[in-house]
Write a protein that binds this ligand. Structure first.
Ligand SMILES: Nc1nc2c(c(=O)[nH]1)N[C@H]1C(S)=C(S)[C@@H](COP(=O)(O)O)O[C@H]1N2
Ligand SMILES: [Mo]
Length: 406
């Protein structure tokens, strides 16, 4: 009979430290045995994810989609990227949840229950594109620290809630208001309750836009926990870090909001182009506002094989921050020439737009299909990388897929 291999004493001691108490019969544990208390939850079950989603980090949870997973016109919950700066709150009591509106520039501090919000204010529904400022970070060289997002930190879901504008106006906005800042119920990674993982915001003009919502529904149902249940700010077209999840307080500020991750290099880019690897002083950085023009080919999957003589149908989405995408092109010759795609209008402002094209290839061989969107200000996506920046934000390079014609 094979001899049972038991755990080493040193391993046992470190496991006990992790658990925080003695493991009483620990010496009976097999070698490499993982105590249940230390087993990590399966993110695919925990968040009901599509099994092709990619986990970039588990503490905090950061999970992205692949391009072909984003083929739906409206991103389903199972294919929506998850980006957290801290730990997802665990015990949420929706009935007793409160949203406080305060700050130097509020006329009268007010507190609303979710029911108050639903009954006092008109409900609105929009499809809103949310893209993480760091989407595409993995391509920058020298590399930037942070989650190495490829192309999948973007979504366009349907959000339902009340206008932030209506709620702020109900509390009253003083004439010196310049910014709003959110506060939320997630926990700092250190566990220190006095620290916030993130507390960002937006200038008043963005806060007061029609499409800026305090949402309580995503894709027609309660917001999934990972995406901000029970209340979330949604500010489409801006770095998704502005869209605070699990919000319980919004402050109307008479200064640019100075919460966690508003200063330094966080969600900021150099005012002027810098050389790759350069250190940039804080005063030479600016806060990212509207996101740049970008697109994704969501069908077919990169690596598709096509029979000679057949046309290839491609489709995808394009978005341009606060602007509309005005034209969409594709190239099969590494950007030497471009052809026009059919492009739909957005369902509403700040929703991504769908494109498609039929492509024929001259002969058998390897091709790449590149997609390039141009916004209503005539800015087009760069073919390769845009300007390097210290934190690796705003990579809106053309998406490319490989096609083999046989
Ligand atoms: N409270 C809170 N809100 C947050 C974050 C967070 O860590 N905590 N992350 C922000 C960032 S950086 C992004 S990109 C989006 C991600 O939203 P999602 O996880 O619903 O896709 O949430 C934003 N809102
Ligand atoms: Mo983000």
């Amino acid at each position: 009979m094979e001899r049972r291999k038991f755990i080493k004493k040193a391993t046992l001691t470190s496991l006990a430290t992790l658990i925080g108490t003695e493991i009483v019969f620990g010496s009976n544990m097999f070698k490499d045995y993982q105590p249940v208390a230390l087993q990590k939850p399966d993110p695919f079950k925990l968040f009901h994810l599509d099994n092709e989603m990619v986990v970039l980090n588990d503490k905090p949870w950061n999970i992205e989609a692949k391009a072909h997973l984003l083929d739906d016109k409206i991103t389903p919950n199972s294919k929506m990227f998850i980006r957290n700066n801290g730990l997802i709150p665990t015990e949420i009591d929706e009935k007793n949840w409160r949203l406080v509106i305060d700050g130097e520039s509020v006329k009268s501090k007010k507190t609303y229950s979710i029911n108050d919000l639903k009954t006092k204010f008109k409900q609105h529904t929009y499809q809103l594109t949310l893209e993480c400022g760091g989407n595409g970070r993995s391509e920058f060289d020298p590399p930037a620290k942070g989650n190495q997002w490829t192309i999948g930190a973007v979504s366009c879901a349907t959000w339902t809630g009340v206008r932030l504008k209506d709620v702020l106006e109900d509390a009253g906005i003083k004439s010196d208001a310049v910014y709003i800042g959110y506060h939320a119920a997630d926990t700092h990674l250190s566990g220190d309750p006095s620290k916030e993982p993130i507390s960002r915001g937006a200038p008043m003009h963005k806060a007061l836009q029609e499409e800026t919502l305090i949402a309580y529904k995503m894709n027609g149902k309660k917001i999934p926990l990972a995406h901000g249940f029970p209340l979330r700010l949604v500010a489409g077209g801006w770095p998704a870090s502005v869209s605070g999840k699990w919000i319980n307080r919004i402050s109307i500020r008479n200064i640019e909001h100075d919460g966690t991750k508003m200063k330094g290099t966080a969600y900021r880019v150099p005012k002027n182009p810098v050389a790759p690897g350069d250190k940039v002083k804080e005063e030479d950085m600016k806060i990212i506002e509207s996101m740049p023009v970008k697109s994704l080919i969501t069908y077919p999957k990169s690596g598709a094989i096509l029979e000679k003589g057949r046309a290839l149908h491609i489709r995808g989405h394009a978005w341009a921050g606060e602007l509309e995408v005005s034209s969409m092109d594709y190239s099969i010759d590494f950007g030497a020439t471009w052809q026009t795609c059919k492009l739909e209008k957005p369902v509403n402002r700040l929703a991504w737009q769908h494109f498609e094209a039929e492509i024929s290839f001259p002969k058998a061989g390897y091709y790449e299909v590149w997609a390039r969107a141009t916004d209503s200000n005539k800015s087009a996506q760069p073919m390769l990388l845009p300007g390097w920046n210290p934190k690796g934000y705003l990579n809106n390079a053309c998406h490319r897929i490989a096609i083999k014609v046989i």
